[in-house]
Ligand binder design. Structure first.
Ligand code: 5GP
Length: 191
């Protein structure tokens, strides 16, 4: 293995996606994992770029064969992080998994004994109330669904202590710089 595996988690709305895009743009030694899903492609989505789109039958066969580091169901579709794809990429690159806390812990368990030790990084908001206000503003959900979302945000944040690093996304450039520093130090084995 030449690269390191980074699990990037954090509540929705915290700006993970934007940070990941910036990291990938500025560092060609990094790659983003592509998940598998049974949901149908949306307009503009490309197989092998946005997701690997699988039939339910194909997905379950691969799951049975042990080819997922973790899987989960969302809105009736199954999603999973493909084991062989990620391990292959790690031969030449460091790989980022943008995944929730539950998925992050599952990936760690699945890789126990393989010699791959994921680095867990949690991106957190500077101010929980500000994040909630933002989610409320952009929300298309009902009040009940919004409350569910807030509970999830609080759950994710409560697990920050079990992560290796916490990065506060107060100012985007500063958060990106901190992430780049963590990546550099862990790649060099300094921390
Ligand atoms: P969407 O269908 O909108 O692209 O994604 C729906 C949900 O599935 C999002 O919350 C997304 O983070 C999650 N998701 C996407 N890929 C994976 C994966 O590989 N594993 C897990 N556990 N969740 C995923």
């Amino acid at each position: 293995m030449s690269g390191k595996l980074y699990v990037l988690s954090g509540p929705s709305g915290v700006g993970k996606g934007t940070l990941v895009k910036l990291l990938l743009k500025e560092d060609s030694s990094l790659a983003l994992s592509i998940s598998c899903t049974t949901r149908k492609p949306r307009k503009g989505e490309v197989d092998g770029r946005d997701y690997f789109f699988l039939s339910r039958k194909e997905f379950l066969a691969r799951k049975e064969a042990g080819d997922f580091l973790e899987t989960d169901e969302h809105f009736g579709g199954i999603y999973g992080t493909p084991r062989s794809f990620v391990l292959k990429m790690l031969e030449t690159k460091s790989v980022i998994l943008e995944i929730d806390v539950k998925g992050g812990f599952s990936v760690c368990r699945a890789l126990e004994g393989t010699g791959v030790k994921p680095v867990l990084i949690m991106v957190v908001p500077p101010d929980l109330q500000a994040l909630k206000d933002r989610l409320r503003k952009r929300a298309t959900e009902s009040e009940e669904e919004l409350e569910e979302r807030f509970k999830r945000v609080e759950y994710e944040l409560s697990k920050a202590g079990e992560y290796d690093f916490t990065v506060v996304n107060d100012e985007l450039t500063e958060a990106k710089r901190r992430l780049q520093q963590i990546i550099k130090q862990t790649q060099q084995g300094e921390v």
